[in-house]
Every structure is written in structure tokens, then in C-alpha cells.
Write a protein that binds this ligand. Structure first.
Ligand SMILES: Cc1cc2nc3c(=O)[nH]c(=O)nc-3n(C[C@H](O)[C@H](O)[C@H](O)COP(=O)(O)OP(=O)(O)OC[C@H]3O[C@@H](n4cnc5c(N)ncnc54)[C@H](O)[C@@H]3O)c2cc1C
Length: 291
């Protein structure tokens, strides 16, 4: 591994000042679970590593005044997994964090690091896409912008984060009244694996059985996490029955572009996308037992 200088920051301003000073030479380090592996493999070779571990403003989980949720970028997966605030918001959110790798990884790795690492098979992104969350990003001079989760990921391990920017938090808007959330990570190999495919659904159905809210996030089904917009459009405003959901879920096959890898062929993953999209919607909506 290339020798590097370690510069711990104590505030967001200091982290951004160090980034401005060292430019392309610098990388932030959060939990280090991905960055250190990338450095060991020579894929990233920073001369300066800026530590975010002692920046208190980047930690914490709080409910916002409008009933939403705000999660600091340096919040570890384990803290979010066990957060009473997150459980009160939507139990499926902390549960989704609880299926990441092992407790050892979850104790170390952070939400901000996960998003910036941008592996398309990671678990938080599809859930946060389904929740219509945004990435709260800051740069020097207190400039800030909110990037919708679904446009944060631009390519394989690539994001729209600028060279001078830091992820400060993730902002999740309140759930629409009556809507529910579910996440399925399909793991046919081992329990601590990355997803073969994953599906997150936020669903609302009124008393007449009509779909009033639907957002679907997908993991491991393309070079970035995805949103299944065609399935959403086909079901929104419809009375949901098993056959209506089955027909709409089949549309997901044309929305995904999975890669062949050790977890399965692209053909298999495309089919699993259909199967799990259908099942998660049916189960969450209480619409009968899937075939
Ligand atoms: C063995 C193993 C198994 C795993 N399995 C899973 C899994 O099943 N599901 C899953 O979702 N994830 C999995 N992960 C990934 C893990 O969840 C971490 O989220 C991810 O590795 C990075 O988090 P980190 O905090 O360690 O970030 P780091 O490794 O410290 O950083 C990653 C990248 O983010 C940048 N960065 C970090 N914080 C910020 C910030 N605030 N602003 C701007 N840039 C920032 C860094 O510069 C670096 O480029 C696994 C990781 C390992 C090592």
C-alpha cells in the first residue's frame, strides 16, 4: 500500500478545508471498510487520508419537524439498525441495515461511506430510493445541495458527488399516511453475502384496494441501484389484485440490466427481479399468497 498522511478533521469546515488544500491527493475515510481494501488493491492511492471519525456534526439520527428522518453520514449501520427513531419511522428501514454483512462490518461501516462507495449490490440504496430520500451534500463556504437518491448513483461505483463535496446526511421525507415499507434481500448463497438481487417497496392502498402510493428500489440489477418506474406507473391508481400485480411486476424485466457474476447469470437475476418484485408487493399489500 502506498504511504499516506493521516489528517483527522474535527469539524465539517475543517474536513472541507483539508479537502481543498490537498485536492486530488486526498480521500475521506469513514469506517474504512471499503477504502482500505481499495487502497490495499492499489485501486485508490491517496497521499492524504482525511479522517471523519471525530466530526460530531456527521453523527446522529433525528426525526425532523415534518415527521421525516435525518441520518448523519457517519452513523454506522449498527447504530441505524438499532435506532428507536428509525424503528418508529418504518421498521423495515433498520431491519434492512441488519442484513448487511456481519455485525463486525456493521459496527464499523457508515451510511455515508456506503453511499459514496456506490457498489450496486449494497442494501441501503434501494431502501432509500423507495423512501424517496435525498443525499445532503456540503462544500466549502457552507454551500449545500440535496441530491435525490435515485440520481446520486451515476455508474458502476460512481456517484454525482463533486470533487469538493462531502456527504453530511441522508434526509428521508415522512411516509405518506397509511403507506408501508418492505425490503427483501435475496441471498441464495450465504447469509453474510451481498444481494443476488434486492427489492424495496413503499406501498399505500386505500380502503377500496386502490394503490395510492408506490415506489420500488432495486439492488444488484444494473450498474447502479435502480427505481422500477414502469411497474410503479402500471399499478398506481389501480385496484390491486394478484393478477394485476403479477402482470405489472413482469415489466421489471425490461427495467433492469443485471451483470453476470458469481451470484448468478444476468438471465437468472432478471427473473428473480420479477419474482421478488411480485412477492414483496403482494405480501406488503396483503393481496393473497403468491404463486
Ligand atoms: C466484508 C464486507 C461485506 C460487506 N457486505 C455488504 C452488504 O452485504 N451490503 C452492503 O450494503 N454493504 C456491504 N459492505 C459495504 C459496507 O456496508 C460499507 O458501507 C462500505 O464498505 C463503506 O462504508 P465505510 O464507512 O467503511 O466507508 P469507507 O470505506 O471509509 O469509504 C468509502 C468511500 O466513501 C468515501 N466517503 C466516506 N464517507 C464520506 C462522506 N461523508 N462524504 C464523502 N465521501 C465519503 C470515502 O472517501 C471512500 O471513497 C460490505 C463491506 C465489507 C468489507
Amino acid at each position: 500500500m502506498r504511504t499516506f498522511d493521516y489528517k483527522p478533521a474535527r469539524s465539517i469546515d475543517e474536513a472541507l478545508a483539508l479537502l481543498a488544500e490537498y485536492g486530488d491527493e486526498a480521500e475521506f475515510i469513514a469506517g474504512g471498510t471499503s477504502l482500505v481494501l481499495m487502497m490495499q488493491q492499489g485501486l485508490v492511492q491517496p497521499g492524504v487520508v482525511i479522517g471523519l471519525g471525530a466530526v460530531p456534526e456527521l453523527r446522529g439520527i433525528k426525526r425532523s419537524a415534518d415527521g421525516g428522518l435525518e441520518v448523519g453520514a457517519m452513523t454506522t449501520h449498527r447504530v441505524l439498525e438499532t435506532s428507536p427513531e428509525a424503528f418508529a419511522f418504518a421498521a423495515a428501514l433498520p431491519k434492512a441495515l441488519g442484513v448487511i454483512a456481519t455485525i463486525r462490518v456493521r459496527n464499523q461501516a457508515t451510511l455515508g461511506g456506503n453511499l459514496v462507495h456506490a457498489d450496486p449490490a449494497q442494501d441501503p440504496p434501494p431502501v432509500l430510493i423507495a423512501l424517496d430520500a435525498s443525499v445532503d451534500v456540503v462544500s466549502a463556504g457552507d454551500a449545500a445541495r440535496l441530491i435525490p437518491m435515485e440520481s446520486f448513483f451515476t455508474d458502476y461505483f460512481e456517484t454525482s458527488l463533486g470533487d469538493n463535496e462531502l456527504v453530511r446526511s441522508v434526509k428521508v421525507p415522512p411516509m405518506p399516511a397509511g403507506s408501508k415499507l418492505a425490503y427483501k434481500k435475496f441471498l441464495p448463497r450465504t447469509e453474510d453475502d451481498y444481494a443476488t438481487v434486492s427489492v424495496a417497496v413503499r406501498l399505500g392502498i386505500d380502503d377500496a384496494g386502490t394503490c395510492t402510493d408506490l415506489r420500488i428500489g432495486l439492488g444488484a440489477l444494473g450498474v447502479t441501484p435502480l427505481r422500477a418506474k414502469a411497474v410503479e406507473s402500471a399499478l398506481l391508481g389501480q385496484r390491486l389484485t394478484e393478477s394485476v400485480v403479477r402482470d405489472a411486476a413482469a415489466l421489471v424485466r425490461d427495467e433492469v440490466d443485471p451483470l453476470d457474476d458469481v451470484r448468478g447469470s444476468a438471465k437468472y437475476k432478471r427473473e428473480m427481479a420479477r419474482v421478488w418484485t411480485e412477492r414483496v408487493i403482494l405480501q406488503l399489500g396483503g393481496i393473497g399468497v403468491p404463486a
